[in-house]
Design a protein around this ligand. Sequence first.
Ligand code: AP5
Length: 248
Amino acid sequence: MTVHSDRAAWLQGGNAQCNIPAPCVAHPHRLVLLGPPGVGKGTQADMLCAELRTCHLSTGDVFRAADTCQTPSPALEAALHSMKRGDLIDDEMVIQLIRERGHCLCCRGGFLLDGFPRTVHQAQELDKLLTDLNLALDAVLCLDLDLDEITARLGGRRTCADCKAVYHLQSRPPQSDGLCDECSGTLIQREDDRPEAIRVRMQTYLSETSPLIEYYTQAGLLRSIDASGTPEEVFARSLKAASEPAAR
Ligand code: AP5
């Protein structure tokens, strides 16, 4: 799959610049991807960003990248501990992380936020930040799937320890057992994909994140997408939903 930006500015924060900057796009898309853990947000984000040439801004990826830090601050250590348990990271830490990366929201290629916002408070802060930057969301794509199918997707997920490419033991197996097709890195199971952590993540989604469905319905931005079927079938639905005009 073609890489349109290396996301260095997003993943590293601070003064980091992307080594492969996003291409100039005439009408950049500004999207949020919403849905329960394991529904396929990361898979769809990769496909949508390759097609729309937007930048994939995943908060989960930022925290997982920070997990390799040799000397984490106590606050970061506590946050990573919450993540491994399946709990959400504290709102204020997440909002600060987004504010520090406000320039990524102004990216000339547009953006697709994956995993943010995850609470109503985060959504309100995103609205304020976008207003300050004179930007607006085009749509919120909400992937929907029943719980059994989600649990099967999470249980079979394997991720490359090096390049973070995502596989599934049944639906998207690697060519060689345990090895990444892209970079030959070792495929691992995420710590928060253990059954106990999956249960916590699902409960947290229902109590903290699902109220965003109503929040973005009220804003006229929500597009519900049936996430059953192959990644390609879900992609076709997602792309159509991303291209529909806003109902505001
Ligand atoms: P995050 O990384 O955002 O994880 P998540 O939302 O739990 O979502 P996942 O990455 O688990 O799944 P996905 O929906 O992307 O599915 P995928 O495409 O991989 O967040 C992780 C943690 O970080 C949170 O729990 C929290 O602690 C913290 N965090 C992050 N943001 C935060 C925030 N804003 N506030 C507070 N805390 C925050 O697909 C899953 C599997 O299914 C894969 O194996 C894939 O190959 C397979 N698959 C995908 N599509 C299909 C298909 N159509 N058919 C069959 N298999 C499929």
